[in-house]
Every structure is written in structure tokens, then in C-alpha cells.
Design a protein. Structure first.
Lengths: 377, 397
């Protein structure tokens, strides 16, 4: 047992925090919220230069060859700062499954583009059925010579409107067991027949409707095997849940910092409101939620990183963190008082992110069901 | 980061677990259905016999130095030991002797005091109780008024202690008494060790709402305590209490017990059928059980962190995390008891009857656990510590 970070990990955290504080002020976060693209190409390029997009990509594909657990640290800092943009969809939802399941050719073709910040990726998984269960995958892919033809609608696809490539999860066979008959394709985002539309959402994180109308994709772009794609998705969902938890953890930290700081400055009845015990106990409760979440997240993320079986712990971590982030931001707004409810205040940014993050990759009800199944209930 | 134990640690963990299972073969019927049971006549007999066995194996005081019967066990080993004992409901080592006064004597006792008091604790021959709280000094402990007046080689003690766990079985008490009445608060207090058989000590039971005996009132009427039984200097007792408190709050043993309770509850819900359907088949029950398991995982993760900080010697820096772990653990236990009673519906209230579910343990917990949110620093005191030590808020009370 050793619950300390390595020196390299501490350095990664410090440099990420410094970089994001300077390069991604909240003014930029707000600007990007209103921006159609949803990211800053200049910032994206600088992140690529730091090697962030290639952090977990092997050296031979221009990456840094680090571990998933290292990525967790970076994501925590991104969440602390609410970094907007396609990092998550490109690295967590796309680079990781390509590393795990791609052919040598696919890795050679796509991974350097990700490492170098040349291509934006996303995964198109969920549909109007709005579930992360395999039964929700209905979009059809039919073989036609050397190609497959895709028809159907994907929904809640992050950054599809700017994606150079999408990993599309398709149904290639209708069988009794919904996990069977699922196939993944790496699809050129500019293919004819793809129509994307950004949905207005609470987190303004560019979730899209993507309609596939006779979209042709070459057989060679199949990721993994025909009909056997679900385990790749399942693994990605596990990694995505922990990656999202890391972002949420950063958000929880930032909220508690911001709130305690404000409480020490804000004066009412002639004294700082931090001297009122009722508010102190609110903040103590925020800390309890934060510290339980933090340690549970590190534990589960470490197990994911080590490739250990940890379905129950991942579900517990996401389920717990969902509630922690919502609780902490709700208390944060309350302690800030009326100013915390305004569009101009940073508190609302975190409050809105908390719900968006809760709903992504399994809300708490979903995670409870996973835990119940793991308990044999 | 590495959350795994080494192969050597895992082997030791297995040894602890096997031993715990072995010890429990001897448990009397009803054991584990309530925490008070440990201090009842039958429960106490089993407790003492078990402690003697553990002591004979050399494991009762593992964290202590070899000189006093321990093995200098590092915190991580202690974590595994407490998890195994907690999970299997082995009577926890005497928290007051092994867990509190022992480490305190090791830290601040004289050689003579250590030689007198540590070996009998390590052999499970002598039990201790904690004479701190008084009727008008609970959370505000430093306001206590029990008097100790120096008279030659002795202190003459007069006053009343209360909420004294297991005083009815204890041989000795470590206590705080006011030696300087001019000082209203912590500065006038002295730390004394008193033989419970001393003339003038009277123990009266305080019966809990569930009818069981756990706490006591302890009256001191001209009790003579030799000066050699003073720990530290006169009027310097408060600092010693602060040292003692560090040994009580990592929380892992309680969480392991909670884990066992929920594991048992999950199994029961798989077995028990209502109207032809198992309780586990009810989606509300499934989600309630899953939520409890999530909350246990969260608590375990925090307790590991506290243990790791302590392993590195960061007792002070992690004090607010230890408080977080304590308040989280006892409030979780409360939620578990309530949830279990809800799951069993009308049966959730039945004790000691053929109609009782799971030996009626949940209604027992439901009554006992509010006490855990109060003793050893109430949940509010823990939150004060988190706010002041952890978040830098001013102390205004």
C-alpha cells in the first residue's frame, strides 16, 4: 500500500494547474460556452504541444506512453478549471479504445493525429433510447461489398459537430442477447450522409444529435471484430466513468476552495460569515463528501489503470461522486447567497457542470443497478 | 499509488481472518446482535476469554513495542487486523486499555508507570474505563469540575463522571480532575489513574433506551489516588488527552463491522420471501442495498487514507480527516440501521421473538447507534474540527 503520488505525477499536476490557470481563465470558459465550436483551437494546439493528447498513447505513435492513472490527474485539473473542448471525447472515448482494440494500421493512421492535436475524435454510442446498456444500440450497419452502410440516429454525442472522426457503435446483427451483434466503426466525420446538430444542454458541452443517412464506411475502419464490439464499449464506459469522476473531483475541490474563500471575505452582522457555525458545518459536510469521493475515485481509477476487475467499485465511485458534486455545488450556491445564482458568477458554472457530469456515463440510479447486479441481487 | 497489499501482508491478512473465524466458533448465542451485548454478563465473559486467547497468541497489543508485548506493528498491519476482527465481530480489544491508555502511557508515562500498567493490559488481565465526561461537561470537556486536592503523597478526588462505558467491568480508570480551581478551563486539569476498587468509588448503571447496560455514572467520594498515579505534571493533563484522542479515530474497524452487517443484510434479502418473491427482487430494496454498499466503499476509501497518513506520521495534518472518518462512519451506521428496518417493514421493529428478522439486530442498532454519533467527540464537535483544522475557519464558541 502506498497512497502517495509519484514525483512525476505531482509535477504533472502542478504544471497542469499552472497552465490552465494562465491559459484558460473563466472569461475564456464563458466565451467558449457561447461559441459555436465549443473550443479554442489556439489552446488546443498548446495542449498538444504539452503532450496532453498523447499522454496515454504509446511512444511509437508520438505519445508519452503514460498510464490511465496519470490521465486521471490531468482530468482532475481540467475539471477544476472546467476546461471546455474535445479533450475527453478525443482521448478517453476514442484514443483509449483505439489503443486497446485497433489494428496496427489503424493505430498508425489515427493515434499520431490525436497525439499531435491534428484530429478531433468522439464516440457515437447513445441514441434516443438514452441508455448506456447494449440494448440501446439500434443504429444499423449493413455490409455492402468492401463497405458498411450506416443508418440511424445517435444522440448526446459530444463534439460530433467538430469531430474529424467518430467511433460509431452500430448494430450489425439482431440477436437475443443485446451484447452480441454490436460492431464499432471509425467513421470520417465529414462523410456524406452525416448531419449533426448541437443540442442546448445545461453544461453547454456540445452534445449533438447525429443522423446517419446511408453513410458509407470502409470495412478496414472496423474497430475490433464484427458483432463483438460490446466489450470494447464496456471497457471504454468504465474508463469514461472514472475519467468523468476525476473531472468532477476537480470541480468539487474548486467549489469548496471558492466557497471557503468567499465565506472568509463576506461580512454580515459585522463579521465574516465563515464565523457562523451553521455555515462551518455546511462546509464540513462538503469536505466529508469531497474526501470520501477523492479517495474512492483514486482507488477505483487505480484499479482500472491496473486492469483489475472492479465493476462494483467503479459503479460505487461514479454513483457516490454524482451525489458529491451535486451536494457540494448546491451548498456552494447556498453559501454564496444570491450572487451565486447569477449567470456572471463562477459558482453557477460548477453547479451546471455537476448535473451534466452526473448524467454522463451513468447517473446514480444506473450505478446502483450495476452494484446490485454485482452483489448478486 | 498502490492500493494493494504485498504478498506478505496478504498472507498476514488471511491469518488474521482465519483466526477471527476460529475465535468466533466459541461465541454465545446472540453475540453481535447489539454492541451492548459485549458488556453484558455473558458477553463480557466471552470477551474476556477471547482477549486472553488473543493475548496468548501475542496479538492483543500488536502495535505496541516488543518490550511491552507488542510487535511494533505498522499502521497498515493494524488496519488489516482491525478489519478482520471488525468484520468477523470478534470482541474488539479493550479500546480504553489497549487503544487509549496503553499508547498514552507509551507516549508520556514514566518507566515505573509503564511497567506497572502495560503488561496486565497486554495479558488481558486488567480492563480500563475512561473518566472524562461529567454531567455538565460533555462536548465542553475542559469545563469539568471533579476536584483533586493534593494531600501529601495523594490526591483526594471528589466529583462525578458519567457516560463511562464499561465502568461496571473495569479495574482501573484514567481520569481528568481539576487541581487548580482558579483556572476555569483546560489549564487546571490533571490526568490521574485510579483503581476502581478504591474506597469511595461507586458505579451506577445508565441503562440505554433499548434496556441494555453500556454506560455508567461513576461517583468519587474522598477517593485517595497516589501521586505516583499521576500522568504528566500537575495541571498539565489536557495536553495528554489530546494525545490520547489520536488513537481512537481511524474508523476502519467500525466500517468493517458495517460492511459485515450489510453483507448479511444482502444475503438475508436474497433468502427472505414475502408473498412468494424475494426481497432482493424488489427494485426499491435492490437500490437501497446498493446505495449502502456504495456508501461503505466511500467510507473504506477515506479510512485507508487516514490510516496511510498515520502510517507516515501525519497525525496532526490528518486530524480533520480522522474527524471526517468518524462522523461519516457513525452516520453511515445510522443510515444502515434505518434502511434495514425500512426494508423489513413491520418486522423491522421486532426483537427477541420467533417473528424477529435477523435476530432483531436492526431495531437494536437503531437504538444504540445514536450514541455513537455522540461519544468520542459528537458529530458536531467533529464538524467543528473539520471546519477549524481542515478549512481554516475561526473558532467562535
Amino acid at each position: 500500500m502506498n497512497l502517495d503520488f509519484t514525483e512525476e505525477q505531482e509535477m504533472l499536476r502542478t504544471s497542469a494547474r499552472d497552465f490552465l490557470t494562465t491559459e484558460c481563465p473563466k472569461t475564456l470558459v464563458r466565451e467558449i460556452e457561447e461559441d459555436e465550436k465549443g473550443y479554442s483551437p489556439e489552446l488546443w494546439q498548446k495542449m498538444a504541444e504539452l503532450g496532453w493528447m498523447g499522454l496515454v498513447i504509446p511512444d511509437e505513435y508520438d505519445g508519452m506512453g503514460m498510464e490511465f492513472f496519470d490521465l486521471i490527474i490531468l482530468l482532475e485539473e481540467m475539471g477544476r478549471n472546467i476546461l471546455p473542448g474535445p479533450f475527453f471525447s478525443t482521448v478517453v472515448l476514442s484514443a483509449m479504445p483505439i489503443i486497446a482494440a485497433g489494428t496496427d494500421e489503424q493505430k498508425k493512421e489515427f493515434l499520431p493525429k490525436i497525439s499531435d492535436g491534428e484530429a478531433i475524435f468522439t464516440m457515437a454510442l447513445t441514441e434516443p433510447s438514452a441508455t448506456y446498456e447494449p440494448s440501446g444500440v439500434a443504429l444499423k450497419a449493413e455490409a455492402q461489398g468492401d463497405n458498411f452502410v450506416l443508418n440511424g440516429t445517435k444522440l448526446f454525442v459530444e463534439n460530433a459537430h467538430i469531430a474529424d472522426y467518430m467511433i460509431v457503435v452500430t448494430r450489425t446483427k439482431d440477436v437475443a442477447s443485446p451484447e452480441d451483434g454490436i460492431t464499432l466503426f471509425i467513421v470520417d466525420g465529414k462523410s456524406s450522409g452525416i448531419k449533426t446538430e448541437v443540442m442546448p444542454t445545461i453544461g453547454a458541452d456540445k452534445l449533438c444529435e447525429v443522423v446517419f443517412n446511408n453513410v458509407t464506411v470502409p470495412k478496414n475502419n472496423m474497430l475490433g471484430e464484427l458483432d463483438k464490439g460490446w466489450p470494447i464499449v464496456a471497457k471504454t464506459l468504465e474508463q469514461a466513468a472514472m475519467a468523468k469522476c476525476a473531472e468532477m473531483l476537480g470541480g468539487c475541490e474548486a467549489t469548496l476552495d471558492m466557497t471557503t474563500e468567499y465565506s472568509k471575505e463576506r461580512v454580515q452582522y459585522g463579521r465574516p460569515i465563515s464565523s457562523f457555525q451553521v455555515l462551518q458545518h455546511y462546509m464540513a459536510n462538503m469536505l466529508i463528501y469531497l474526501e470520501t469521493a477523492r479517495n474512492l475515485i483514486y482507488e477505483a481509477a487505480w484499479m482500472v489503470s491496473e486492469g483489475m476487475p472492479c465493476t462494483q467499485l467503479v459503479a460505487a465511485a461514479k454513483g457516490w461522486t454524482n451525489e458529491a458534486y451535486k451536494f457540494i455545488t448546491e451548498r456552494g450556491v447556498q453559501i454564496h447567497g444570491a450572487i451565486g445564482t447569477t449567470r456572471d458568477h463562477d459558482m453557477g458554472l460548477y453547479y451546471r457542470q455537476a448535473l451534466a457530469a452526473d448524467l454522463a456515463f451513468g447517473n446514480t440510479d444506473f450505478q446502483r443497478e450495476v452494484v446490485a447486479r454485482e452483489l448478486g441481487l | 499509488m498502490d492500493f494493494e497489499f504485498t504478498p506478505e501482508q496478504l498472507a498476514l491478512k488471511k491469518e488474521f481472518e482465519d483466526y477471527a473465524i476460529e475465535l468466533m466458533k466459541d461465541a454465545p448465542p446472540g453475540w453481535g446482535t447489539s454492541l451492548e451485548f459485549q458488556y453484558s454478563e455473558i458477553g463480557w465473559d466471552f470477551t474476556k476469554r477471547t482477549h486472553k486467547k488473543i493475548a496468548g497468541k501475542g496479538w492483543l497489543v500488536r502495535p505496541w513495542p516488543k518490550e511491552y508485548g507488542g510487535v511494533d506493528a505498522p499502521i497498515v498491519e493494524q488496519l488489516m487486523f482491525n478489519m478482520a476482527m471488525g468484520y468477523h465481530r470478534v470482541p474488539a480489544a479493550d479500546v480504553f486499555g489497549v487503544g487509549m491508555i496503553g499508547p498514552t502511557l507509551l507516549a508520556v508515562g514514566t518507566d515505573e508507570q509503564r511497567k506497572e500498567h502495560l503488561p496486565p493490559i497486554a495479558r488481558a488481565e486488567i480492563y480500563w474505563c475512561q473518566g472524562w465526561s461529567e454531567p455538565n461537561s460533555g462536548s465542553d470537556l475542559a469545563s469539568l469540575v471533579t476536584r483533586a486536592v493534593r494531600s501529601g503523597d495523594e490526591y483526594i478526588v471528589n466529583g462525578q463522571k458519567t457516560w463511562t462505558t464499561n465502568a461496571h467491568n473495569a479495574d482501573w480508570t484514567f481520569m481528568l480532575a481539576r487541581t487548580n480551581p482558579e483556572e476555569k478551563r483546560s489549564r487546571g486539569l490533571t490526568f490521574l489513574l485510579a483503581d476502581m476498587k478504591s474506597p469511595g468509588i461507586t458505579v451506577r448503571p445508565l441503562v440505554g433506551m433499548n434496556g441494555e447496560h453500556f454506560f455508567n455514572e461513576v461517583y468519587f467520594d474522598d477517593v485517595h489516588v497516589p501521586v505516583r498515579n499521576r500522568l504528566g505534571e500537575e495541571n498539565q493533563g489536557w495536553a495528554i488527552t489530546r494525545a490520547t484522542m489520536n488513537f481512537e479515530r481511524s474508523g476502519i474497524g467500525g466500517l468493517a463491522e458495517a460492511q459485515r452487517s450489510v453483507d448479511d443484510l444482502v444475503e438475508a434479502c436474497k433468502q427472505i420471501k414475502w408473498n412468494g418473491k424475494t426481497l432482493a427482487g424488489n427494485p426499491f430494496v435492490r437500490h437501497r442495498l446498493a446505495q449502502l454498499m456504495i456508501e461503505i466503499e466511500a467510507g473504506n476509501a477515506l479510512a485507508y487514507r487516514v490510516a496511510w497518513s498515520q502510517e507516515k506520521g501525519d497525525f496532526l495534518q490528518s486530524a480533520h480527516l480522522a474527524s471526517a472518518s468518524k462522523v461519516y462512519g457513525t452516520e453511515l451506521a445510522q443510515r444502515i440501521a434505518n434502511t434495514a428496518c425500512q426494508i423489513f417493514g413491520l418486522y423491522g421493529q421486532v426483537s427477541n421473538s420467533k417473528w424477529a428478522v435477523m435476530d432483531g439486530r436492526w431495531q437494536g442498532d437503531y437504538q444504540f447507534i445514536p450514541g455513537t454519533n455522540i461519544y468520542a467527540g459528537s458529530s458536531e464537535v467533529q464538524r467543528n474540527i473539520i471546519a477549524t483544522a481542515g478549512l481554516g475557519m475561526p473558532r467562535t464558541w
